[in-house]
Ligand binder design. Structure first.
Ligand SMILES: NC(=O)c1ccc[n+]([C@@H]2O[C@H](COP(=O)([O-])OP(=O)(O)OC[C@H]3O[C@@H](n4cnc5c(N)ncnc54)[C@H](OP(=O)(O)O)[C@@H]3O)[C@@H](O)[C@H]2O)c1
Length: 261
């Protein structure tokens, strides 16, 4: 880098810090997405949120956080919502934290919710990102993108593997537009909505802790923190990566785990 390039980089970096940051969180009413919304809001972002059910009472809309309650697999509703969202300003961050929880065929539902809807949203919004800042898209995947958890259906595994490849594809095709695209792959974690379940099942919680190298279960906040890191200038040269956030659980060979148990 020449001196001129270094100084223009520094100016760009400083401008990034001071201009209005608009972040959209898909699936931001519960779990990880909700934690991402809280972190973005605490950093002063303008936050737009899509969820299927109304947000929890504690998360009332404010000047900087606004909710769109809808099923995003309904294309007409989705496009209307996205049109309203981009009127709030050009986007800097787009985070996907949803998962399919419907009653339809799990294969069709998983692919429509996790893959097709994600693709449609990215393609509708890719021209709506800021032109002069570091922009980021994060897809929430899972360690079952490369491992098998037989309590989850095939469609979940295939959709998560597809999301990782989608992140790599868009990292290449959207890079010149200044958009970085990465995925985050958690293992099982505790979220506010599942705290009671783990409190009343301490044996399961202890077992997960025992087989995790870090010796405890992770939290939705810890997954959200990695997503927010990927949306920060600290990650400005990171694109096309999948970051596993699992306390090291997926590093171990199954026979070793079986001996531990
Ligand atoms: N939980 C885990 O232990 C775990 C482990 C590995 C990976 N993951 C992945 O991490 C991500 C977050 O998981 P989570 O457990 O935090 O999720 P969650 O609590 O189930 O929340 C999912 C969010 O997606 C929204 N959503 C789902 N379908 C929608 C639709 N058709 N239209 C609009 N909104 C929709 C939900 O809205 P409503 O709630 O308002 O309906 C909610 O805000 C997911 O991608 C999941 O696959 C989770």
């Amino acid at each position: 880098m020449s001196v001129k390039e270094v100084s223009s980089y520094a100016i760009h970096y400083n401008e990034w810090e001071y201009h209005m940051i608009h972040s959209l969180v898909i699936g931001g009413t519960r779990g990880v997405g909700r934690e991402v919304v809280k972190l973005f809001a605490s950093q002063g972002h303008t936050v737009s949120v899509i969820g299927k059910r109304p947000s929890l009472a504690a998360d009332a809309a404010s000047d900087n956080v606004r909710y769109w309650t809808m099923d995003f697999t309904n294309e007409t509703e989705l496009l209307a919502a996205l049109t309203g969202i981009v009127k709030r300003g050009k986007l800097c961050n787009l985070v996907f934290a949803h998962r399919y929880k419907g009653n339809e065929d799990p294969w069709d539902g998983e692919l429509a919710t996790s893959l097709t809807a994600t693709k449609k949203i990215i393609e509708r919004l890719s021209a709506e990102f800021c032109k002069d800042s570091d922009n980021s898209i994060v897809l929430t995947s899972s360690i079952v993108s490369h491992l098998i958890a037989d309590e989850q259906p095939l469609g979940y595994h295939v959709a998560k593997a597809g999301l990782n490849q989608m992140a790599r594809f868009y990292a290449v095709t959207l890079g010149k537009q200044g958009i970085r695209v990465n995925s985050v792959s958690p293992s099982v974690f505790i979220k506010e909505e599942s705290q009671e379940y783990y409190r009343s099942n301490p044996d399961l919680c202890q077992l997960f802790s025992k087989i995790t190298p870090l010796g405890r279960m992770g939290t939705a906040r810890e997954i959200a923190s990695v997503i927010v890191f990927l949306c920060s200038p600290a990650a400005s040269y990171v694109t096309g990566q999948d970051i596993v956030v699992d306390g090291g659980i997926s590093l171990q060979a199954q026979p070793a785990l079986a001996r531990k148990i």
